[in-house]
Design a protein around this ligand. Structure first.
Ligand SMILES: C[S@@+](CC[C@H](N)C(=O)[O-])C[C@H]1O[C@@H](n2cnc3c(N)ncnc32)[C@H](O)[C@@H]1O
Length: 614
């Protein structure tokens, strides 16, 4: 960004120029100012040891969750198979055990042992294994006895007082009240709906939606039949995702789940995975190349759109098989005249394929932002070229794009991916709070076709790497499925919303904007709708029941830890609200305050079961 400020400082009246010219200008600037530094941050045993020691020094002072992160950072830095890595896992197992994450602690103990944790220290690990096993199930099973026997055998060898120490520890373990309940992780997967499979043109989507195009809205998604509240419109994985840089030691780089007993990348020091399986999948799909790129670049300065666009670029090249084939594909997609899907493979919008990403609308940035993105794309291409072999001999130097068609093509592609990345959805640490810290970013191709309304009609549910769109009211056939770009009418008045939406280059004519609704607006009641008096009387009885359920839901959940409630409680609330909404939906038209109240409660109930963790 400093480089861009420099350019704007020099020439404040930089004229609006074409994409080609922006690229030429930024390459020229790049060549004249010299390349950025290549970091090459490698695993480093002494750094890992330093981190372990500093966590050990804080062991009695810090909360276990902080210690886990500190040990994880040591694990990320320790060379694969090294004694420091074994020490990192062993030390983290102690913090995990204290945090009542007994299963995770057992995993780390196994890992430390497998790498060759020294025999003279293993006794304590066996004792910890016994403690974890007994905490999970207080019965004296053979595996517990085995762990205790091993602890005794190994500790005897090194310590004359070991007998006493072990007996003291065992005595403590045998006291029934010395066991704490395991830490309850929230399992949002249990609340995920099944994958819809009745849409022949959009895999994993409901048959009740279709892509559409018109002059006013461009491409958009509509309901092709009445959709009930609580229906799943799509259940999809992100095409690319990125954990926020400051959360990289806490969330799986592949499936985005909160992870405590994580495994590091074998090569780079930047990312962790919740399991060896996620590590392997990431490696095969993109991390084999991305890993080298992340090693070369200064990660503190990396923007999420940088990572998303690099991932998209790597996946695109891998899927096409060569730069030539990718260029052919991009040229073909760019020549598409049918606004929806005629150039897609068999007309199917398959969001696991690059073609559905490539055709996402590019965020129309202002002039300065666009120049900044082009300049960054030049740097990203430089890092990719210097740290990986993905271009072979096609790009060995950064030179003027007019002299090398592949520099030209790749720069345009990375810039395009940067612009597309601005449509990524932010996932927050606590979903129930609008301003909670961001943990990761996901790019889901179908979301790129959803237009904005200040009153959206679905909720985005996330569980790990699965993302469901769930309708939050009865949507009539022909209605558009609307997303919210960050300005719901319940949060902002009409003018603030208009200012917020300016960067998206359209004027919002949604119902709240036309009716000038804001945070304190009351929508019309169904009593004001032209309905028979008997229907109104019946609806009034239902509305009373609904409002009691809604109030009870909010009272029940105010300042209460959701983990204290059984799953059935949330399922009942969700089903109740769906029931009211579908009842209203068959008789009453929206907008209607009674529907709005239930819609809000359904959204909040879905947010409660959603994936969010500390
Ligand atoms: C993520 S795209 C949505 C899909 C887009 N309509 C398309 O044709 O690809 C965002 C862009 O869609 C358009 N858009 C979004 N919401 C709109 C709305 N309510 N009315 C008109 N245009 C809208 C704006 O041009 C916006 O920059």
């Amino acid at each position: 960004m400093n480089r861009i400020n420099e350019i704007f400082e020099k020439d404040k009246s930089l004229p609006i120029i074409s994409e080609e010219d922006k690229i030429e200008l930024m390459i020229e600037h790049f060549l004249s100012t010299g390349p950025p530094v290549i970091k090459n941050k490698r695993k480093d045993a002494s750094r890992a040891l330093e981190l372990i020691k500093s966590a050990n020094d804080s062991f009695k002072l810090m909360r276990s969750m902080y210690l886990i992160t500190m040990y994880t950072e040591a694990i990320m830095n320790a060379p694969i198979g090294s004694p420091e890595l074994a020490r990192g896992f062993a030390s983290r197992s102690a913090a995990l055990c204290n945090a009542r994450l007994f299963e995770d602690s057992l995993k780390d103990i196994d890992r430390a042992m497998a790498i060759g944790y020294p025999d003279h220290l293993k006794g304590a690990l066996y004792l910890r294994r016994a403690k974890n096993l007994l905490s999970l199930d207080p019965k004296m099973r053979p595996e517990v006895q085995e762990a205790i026997a091993e602890a005794r055998r190994l500790m005897d060898k090194v310590d004359v007082d070991s007998e006493k120490k072990i007996d003291k520890a065992l005595k403590k373990l045998r006291q029934k009240d010395s066991f704490s309940e395991p830490y309850k992780k929230w399992d949002s997967h249990k609340f995920l709906p099944p994958v819809p499979n009745d849409n022949p043109l959009i895999p994993r989507a409901s048959g009740g939606i279709a892509l559409n195009y018109n002059e006013e809205f461009g491409r958009h998604v509509i309901a092709t039949r009445d959709i009930k509240a609580g229906e799943t419109l799509i259940l999809a994985k992100a095409y690319v995702s990125a954990v926020k840089v400051d959360k990289m030691a806490k969330f799986c780089w592949y499936c985005l789940q909160r992870t405590w007993a994580s495994v590091p990348c074998n090569l780079c020091i930047n990312v962790v995975f919740c399991s060896e399986e996620c590590r392997d999948k990431a490696w095969n799909e993109y991390h084999d190349i991305e890993c080298r790129f992340l090693t070369a670049i200064k990660t503190e300065n990396v923007d999420p759109t940088d990572i998303l666009s690099i991932k998209m670029t790597i996946k695109a090249v891998k899927e096409a098989g060569s730069l030539e084939k990718l260029k052919e594909q991009v040229d073909m997609l760019d020549s598409m005249t049918d606004k929806i899907n005629s150039n897609l493979n068999k007309n199917v919008f398959d969001d696991t394929r690059y073609e559905t990403v490539c055709i996402i609308n590019r965020d129309k940035l202002n002039h300065k932002e666009a120049i900044a993105d082009v300049a960054r794309s030049v740097e990203l291409l430089y890092y990719l070229m210097k740290s990986t072999k993905m271009f072979g001999k096609k790009i060995v130097n950064l030179q003027k794009p007019r002299n090398n068609q592949w520099v030209n093509f790749m720069l345009k592609l990375i810039f395009r991916h940067k612009e597309i990345s601005h449509h990524a959805v932010e996932l927050r640490v606590r979903k129930a709070e609008d301003h909670a810290p961001i943990r990761s970013y996901i790019l889901i191709p179908l979301y790129g076709f959803l237009n904005h309304s200040c009153d959206p009609n679905f909720h985005k549910m996330t569980s790990g790497d699965m993302n469901a769109l769930i309708s939050t009211r009865y949507i009539k056939k022909g209605e558009q499925i609307f997303m919210n770009y960050g300005s719901r009418f319940q949060m902002m008045d009409k003018w603030s919303r208009a200012a917020y939406l300016e960067r998206h280059n359209f004027k919002c004519h949604c119902i709240p904007c036309v009716n000038n609704w804001g945070p304190n607006s009351k929508l019309p009641s169904f009593m004001e709708q032209p309905l028979p008096i008997t229907a109104k009387q019946f609806l009034a009885v239902i509305a009373l029941d609904a409002s009691q359920h809604v109030s009870k839901f909010y009272d029940d959940n105010l300042n209460v830890d959701r983990r204290e409630k059984p799953d059935s409680y949330f399922l009942e609330c969700i089903n109740k609200f769906k029931g009211f909404l579908n009842f209203y939906g068959g008789i009453v038209s929206y907008p209607c305050q009674e529907i709005e109240d239930c819609k809000q409660a359904l959204t909040d109930a879905l947010k409660l079961v959603d994936d969010h963790s500390l």
